[in-house]
Design a protein around this ligand. Structure first.
Ligand SMILES: *[C@@H]1O[C@H](CO)[C@@H](O)[C@H](O)[C@H]1NC(C)=O
Ligand SMILES: *[C@@H]1O[C@H](CO)[C@@H](O)[C@H](O)[C@H]1NC(C)=O
Length: 570
């Protein structure tokens, strides 16, 4: 007799113990702690968490349609890129969404601030205990084993039923940072680096005469028919992104131009925009290999195109998302954003949740609709993605899997070029193949037959889209020449070609190329690229995908030919 009322009583307590008796519904979950991380423990309930929430956008489908309309060379609206205000109209959350989220924030005494131009992202700070309650989460401390870095994350979270359809995601929750996110591979052994080489007199050191062993701007100009004729349009800009406090050094650029572009003024330089506490420190010892590579192979290749170094510091506001969201929101807010953006950072897709990957991809669609060509290095781990050494399935790279960006793989040699064996490529698990490449992806997968079946996602967006040289680039860092490999070399190279095309277009009063893929995959576009048909990208204990005739997930459609591309776009 006594047992029953007691049981009922304790059930009541349990029900009341649920956060505010709300009807919370599971929103995002991750099956397991991602590879490379381990659970460390529980943070103090008072620990402050900076959370960001993404509100469902009003009409993304409308924006996407518009993006393709202005980016497809066969459309009458080709090149009619959108203004900030026009983009905002599509992506601003609907009034009902704003009301629902504001009501929920007020009910929970949370003061949030809007952190994106369209008002679709907000941020607020709450203690861990409150975050656990609000989202039925279990925020814990996770340690990244090889770097020792610690992060507070939860493996699942829920949102109130009344916010379904209004709240897209909460971040950072189930997305983990990839502390080994893609960086260039320096081929020299570390013992042979800086100190010893810095002692040498730069000008006295003979440059290897042949492009077969060292790639310099002159090599790329020759291989890809890139002109050395200076650009003339000052409103045409090329932006290089930098993250994690990487600095691009002006003195190194000067030394680079003096040595490799004697036809250019050695004082040709770049402008800098900073966010998140980036400062582009000019102390020679603080020069970043990645940043110097990216700047030297844009300023040094896109002759006289005004180049902007967008320096995202360590104080990111996007929840350890490297600054990827911050830089897009920063550029979206500009009246005249740079027409080309190259990024040599990326990470394995699985670290980022599907909702977050989709959201960030949509931010890139917004910038694309503004007329910006967005290029990303495809990654340096072959089919294993970033730098994952062990893998049971192939690892797609993010954001290369986003259909609104142009992913750039790597090649080596010339006459003919062949795929560089580290060139990442494959198929996204989060994005389906967009219509512009559907036939290419189908044809490639058909050619595979049952090979690698189960190791890759046959319905995914394939990457990379294109490729460029990526081996043995001569880069000057702290006064020292270093040979560098990686798709980090390829993205700035391709971006420079696009920036020079934009200069010639602008000189004729024509709009910039904007989102490139519909053009690249068109008959005209692909005919202006050099199809790379040999090589492969090994990884995960396999020989990887093979390059072949037509699009392939190693070198995409191929490498640029400036003269042919110029003829195609004019
Ligand atoms: C690769 O294959 C070898 C031999 O089958 C095996 O011992 C090894 O564990 C595999 N490595 C990975 C990363 O799967
Ligand atoms: C494969 O891709 C599709 C389309 O993006 C997706 O719905 C599916 O979940 C993916 N499969 C896996 C195993 O990730």
């Amino acid at each position: 007799m006594l047992a029953i009322p007691l049981l009922v009583a304790s059930l009541c307590v349990l029900a009341l113990g649920k956060p505010m008796g709300r009807n919370l519904q599971l929103h995002e979950a991750r099956e397991a702690i991602p590879e490379g991380f381990s659970l460390h423990g529980t943070p103090s309930g008072e620990t402050s968490l900076k959370l960001r929430i993404a509100l469902v956008q009003g009409d993304f489908a409308g924006l996407e349609q518009k993006l393709y309309d202005v980016s497809d060379p066969s459309s009458p609206n080709y090149g009619n890129h959108l203004s900030t205000a026009e983009v905002v109209k599509y992506v601003a959350p609907a009034p009902a969404t704003v009301d629902a989220v504001n009501a929920w924030l007020a009910e929970n005494d949370i003061t949030a601030k809007t952190i994106s131009p369209a008002g679709d992202w907000m941020s607020f700070e709450v203690p861990v205990s409150k975050a656990n309650e609000l989202f039925d989460a279990d925020f814990s401390v996770f340690t990244h084993e090889s770097t020792g870095k610690q992060y507070i994350r939860t493996l699942s979270y829920s949102i109130p039923a009344e916010l379904q359809g209004h709240l897209e995601l909460v971040h950072p929750t189930v997305s983990f940072p990839d502390p080994l996110a893609g960086r260039p591979v320096v081929r020299v052994s570390s013992s042979e680096t800086s100190k010893k080489r810095a002692a040498r007199d730069l000008t006295a050191r003979a440059i290897p005469a042949s492009c077969a062993t060292t790639i310099t701007p002159a090599c790329l100009q020759a291989i890809y028919n890139i002109p050395s004729t200076p650009a003339t349009v000052s409103s045409n800009k090329l932006a290089v992104s930098a993250f994690e406090g990487e600095n691009a050094n002006q003195a190194d650029l000067k030394a680079f131009l003096t040595k490799f572009r004697p036809d250019m003024s050695p004082s040709t330089t770049f402008t800098t925009q900073t966010l998140d506490d980036g400062n582009n420190n000019q102390d020679p010892s603080e020069a970043g290999l990645e940043a110097n590579l990216d700047i030297q192979y844009t300023v040094g290749l896109a002759t006289d195109v005004p180049t902007v170094f967008v320096d995202v510091g360590d104080d990111t506001h996007d929840g350890e998302l490297i600054g990827f969201l911050d830089i897009i929101n920063f550029l979206l807010a500009e009246d005249a954003p740079p027409q080309v953006l190259t990024t040599s950072y990326g990470q394995s897709e699985f670290f980022v949740s599907r909702n977050l990957a989709v959201n960030l991809c949509r931010a890139h669609a917004q910038l694309g609709a503004r007329g910006v060509s967005i290029l990303f290095a495809s990654g340096d781990g072959g089919v294993s993605g970033g730098h994952t050494s062990s893998c049971t399935t192939f690892v797609p790279v993010w954001p290369s899997g986003c259909p609104y960006v142009t992913s750039v793989g790597a090649t080596t040699s010339f006459g003919p070029e062949t795929a560089a064996d580290f060139s990442s490529g494959g198929f996204s698990n989060y994005f389906t193949a967009p219509s512009y490449q559907e036939a290419d992806v189908k044809a490639y997968i058909a050619s595979l037959g049952s090979t690698y079946s189960g190791l890759y996602n046959a319905s995914g967006r394939g990457f990379p889209d294109v490729a460029a040289q990526g081996v043995n680039f001569d880069v000057i860092v702290d006064g020292t020449e270093l040979p560098v490999d990686g798709t980090s070399c390829s993205s700035p190279t391709f971006a420079s070609v696009v920036a020079l095309l934009n200069d010639r277009l602008a000189a004729q009063g024509k709009p910039a190329l904007g989102f490139l893929n519909p053009f690249l995959y068109s008959a005209k576009g692909r005919a202006a690229l050099n199809d790379i048909t040999t090589g492969s990208n090994p990884g995960c204990n396999t020989t990887g995908f093979a390059a072949g005739s037509g699009w392939d997930p190693v070198t995409g459609l191929g490498t640029p030919d400036f003269e042919k591309l110029l003829a195609a776009v004019l």
